[in-house]
Ligand binder design. Structure first.
Ligand code: 13P
Length: 288
């Protein structure tokens, strides 16, 4: 059964590790992430962007697929199904469809409007026992059409949003979706420390997990980050393994064109990436 991300993230924050949010795109992605979480006894968050939700034909399809798969694969570790960078309307649709968690990305609104809309959604999520993530200071780069300028969050605004009763808070600290450019100056730990000081127990969320050096990931966790989002890295490893299979001509030999064979190396590559991240984030064994 899907669960809210509240308990797993509070435990992670207290235990100084982070739970990974891995974005899903289709059946192979979902299966790879769920199996890896189960094999490594790790709690996990399945992230669904609005674009990916649309691609999978709608949120109800996603809910049906994830619930069915968890039952068929006997997944017993805690799993949250979470909308990533949702609009207000997208959040309402996911609440209706049976997600267990949402992110309302109001970072592009003036703070008063972000507060107003977040407050409304917090109330609904409380009633439904769902978790809700809010965002202050936009994450740089582009994810599925959501473009951010990469502002560094104002710690006082973070406190104002945290005080609304959200479950977890994403704050921009120089992180970017997608690959990091050569001239990236790194995460702003001073601001992260200030945000953590003002928001206390609130689990903080680090977006743009692809390509952040290990040392920075560990430092971020030590400063209160309890959820780390990874999307692009699974896409890159999936594409690389699939390309290798085709370049080696394996789709041309025997029944190598069978989609179950063609997509298998990419699926295994996602599993390896997810495992590596779970080990780095420290969530392995935390669901025992
Ligand atoms: P990456 O694509 O950079 O891993 O970021 C993922 C993310 O933050 C999802 O919200």
């Amino acid at each position: 059964m899907l669960v809210s991300a509240k308990e797993m993230l509070q435990k992670a924050k207290a235990g100084k590790y982070a739970v990974g949010q891995f974005n899903i795109n289709n059946l192979e992605w979902t299966k790879a992430v769920l199996l890896t979480a189960q094999e490594n006894k790790s709690p996990v968050i399945l992230g669904v962007s609005e674009g990916a939700g649309k691609y999978m034909t709608g949120y109800k399809t996603v809910v049906g697929m994830v619930n069915g798969m968890m039952e068929e694969l006997n997944i017993t570790v805690p799993v949250a199904l979470h909308l990533d960078h949702g609009s207000f309307e997208g959040c309402m649709k996911c609440i209706e469809a049976g997600f267990s968690s949402i992110m309302f990305d109001g970072s592009h609104y003036p703070i008063a409007e972000n507060i107003e809309k977040t407050t409304e959604l917090v109330k609904i999520c409380e009633e439904k026992g769902m978790s809700i993530e809010a965002e202050v200071g936009s994450i740089g780069g582009e994810e599925d059409g959501v473009v951010g300028n990469g502002e560094v969050a104002d710690p006082n605004e973070c406190k104002a949003i945290a005080d609304l009763g959200v479950t977890m808070l994403a704050a921009g600290i120089g992180n970017i979706h997608g690959k990091y450019p050569e001239n990236w100056t790194g995460l702003n730990f001073e601001v992260l420390a200030e945000i953590q000081k003002l928001t206390g127990e609130m689990p903080l969320v680090l977006h743009g997990g692809t390509g952040i050096p290990e040392k920075m990931i560990k430092e971020a966790i030590s400063l209160g980050v309890a959820k780390i989002n990874v999307n692009t890295e699974c896409q890159l490893t999936f594409a690389e393994a699939t390309r290798k299979y085709i370049e080696e001509g394996k789709d041309l030999s025997g029944k190598g064109f069978d989609p179950r064979k063609l997509l298998a190396p990419g699926t295994e590559a996602i599993k390896a990436t997810v495992k590596e991240k779970m080990e780095l984030f420290g969530s392995v064994g935390k669901a025992e």
